[in-house]
Design a protein around this ligand. Structure first.
Ligand code: DX5
Ligand code: ZN
Length: 252
């Protein structure tokens, strides 16, 4: 809130103090995300769908930064999860920014639709996008933050021509399609590579990691430069999501 009330010159001063470009701080202000901090985005794929509203209420009452919604089409990934009706229902009860991860082919066809559902971040896969740069701008033109995700086999340099335009880079630490998989260890190296690209291009992109995140690797990932950790199983199968979010945020 304080950031919102700053005068433009104080805002400029603050951005230089934090060595951040203005729009990174703006992004931070809009999302109350202080880029020096740690954030968790619980994936509802692991939630109990018999009580989805209750599960989201637990996240609303936690220190989670965003709510992660995994949309899967059974073509881009060998699994089908949920789509527009569920995102609409989640948007009605969520009190945190909605972070939608499209694991679908031809995502550009659905950008306008998903952006119209009251979501805050829309992430598409580089591997599924023939015209990635155009799709990123289509998301931004809808007033939604644009994310691009890369699967574990995709070299990070595929992002080099769009990185300056991105708000979020989602590095998959499992092969997309399922919750409950094991973390792929070379993710740490890839986080470092993306961090370097961000600094070199003066991009404002936040780094997000998704898949197999737990109390063993969360601290190390944050220390490696990750801004937001997505985790489903660790939170929703913990018995106490509110406490687990705290543990992840303070993990060493
Ligand atoms: C996998 C999804 C992830 C997954 C995370 O394709 O993108 O968000 O739901 O689940 P866990 O934390 O259980 O690996
Ligand atoms: Zn995801």
């Amino acid at each position: 809130e304080a950031l919102r009330n700053l005068s433009t010159s104080d805002f400029g001063l603050l951005s230089s103090v934090f060595r951040l470009s203005q729009n990174k701080l703006t992004f931070a202000a809009e999302f109350y995300i202080d880029t020096m901090s740690r954030y968790v985005s619980p994936s509802i794929l692991a939630a109990d769908f018999n009580y989805l509203a209750k599960e989201i209420e637990k996240v609303n009452n936690s220190k989670a930064g965003w709510i992660h919604c995994d949309v899967m089409d059974g073509v881009f990934v060998p699994n089908i999860s949920f789509g527009v009706p569920v995102i609409k229902a989640v948007a009605r009860v969520a009190k945190k920014p909605l972070d939608v991860h499209l694991m679908i082919v031809e995502p550009a066809k659905y950008i306008d639709k998903f952006c119209s559902l009251g979501i805050d971040i829309l992430t598409i896969h580089q591997e599924a996008s023939q015209y990635l740069q155009r799709a990123v701008f289509q998301i931004k033109e809808n007033g939604v933050k644009a994310g691009v995700s890369i699967s574990p086999h995709t070299p990070v340099n595929v992002l080099s021509e769009v990185i300056a335009d991105l708000d979020v880079i989602l590095i998959m630490s499992v092969n997309p399609g399922f919750g409950g998989q094991s973390f792929i260890e070379n993710t740490y190296r890839r986080v470092g590579e993306v961090k370097e690209m961000i600094l070199k291009t003066r991009s404002n992109a936040l780094i997000q990691v998704d898949g197999g995140v737990n109390l063993e690797n969360a601290g190390k990932l944050f220390d490696a430069g990750v801004d937001i950790l997505v985790t489903g199983t660790t939170i929703f199968k913990s018995g106490d999501p509110v406490k687990m979010v705290d543990k992840l945020l303070t993990s060493k």
